[in-house]
Unconditional design. Structure first.
Length: 201
């Protein structure tokens, strides 16, 4: 258990041309545009809002504080909103939080953005907040997300069967992963090396 864990407060984080800033109502237009790039709300294994659901999506995310802190993901050079991600299921008493509610406009997928976001959020969680463990979860049929989480170096904890309802009303199993504080230095080095190998410095 982390004796020094600090509950995440709104903060702006930036690295490699990517900026994470607290999600707010003023991001609604950008979030609609990002979701529309690929019509991501049609993907049944994600929680991407349809354009007419964006305002409610933001309102709900903000309303879940202090157990959730949502970020807008911004391309720092152009100011374009790329997508969103969150700290969630924050449990200060045991120094635990999760990273999730993550999605990006189609043209930013398979770029350095996701690795950079995870490096920012994990660094802040372990090195500033004092987290003992960071969890990640995904739909059992979201194989791309599972592969991405495993590439981070997270350990698979198991599967929660019949765990949550999808947007289409079906019920999913949830695959749970985690990274412990003691594992973070090696994972951090791997993330930095991956970005460097792709020319991101």
């Amino acid at each position: 258990m982390s004796a020094t864990f600090d509950t995440p407060l709104p903060v702006t984080l930036a690295l490699h041309g990517v900026r994470l800033e607290p999600l707010g109502a003023h991001h609604a237009g950008g979030l609609r545009a990002a979701a529309s790039d690929g019509e991501l709300w049609h993907l049944r294994v994600t929680s991407v809002p349809a354009p007419d659901e964006v305002d409610a999506y933001i309102y709900k995310a903000i309303g879940q504080r202090p157990t959730r802190l949502a970020f807008a993901v911004i391309d720092a050079g152009s100011g374009t909103l790329i997508g969103t991600t969150s700290y969630h299921d924050i449990v200060p008493a045991i120094g635990r939080l999760e990273i999730g509610y993550t999605w990006y406009a189609r043209r930013w997928q398979r770029t350095h953005v996701n690795t950079t976001c995870k490096l920012l959020l994990l660094t802040h969680a372990f090195e500033t907040l004092g987290a003992a463990l960071v969890g990640l979860r995904t739909d059992n049929f979201n194989h791309a997300s599972q592969a991405a989480i495993e590439r981070l170096g997270a350990k698979k904890d198991g599967v929660l069967r019949h765990h949550a309802q999808r947007r289409d009303g079906t019920v999913r199993d949830t695959v749970m992963y985690s990274i412990a504080a003691g594992e973070w230095p090696e994972i951090k080095a791997q993330l930095r090396d991956r970005l460097a190998r792709h020319g991101v410095r």
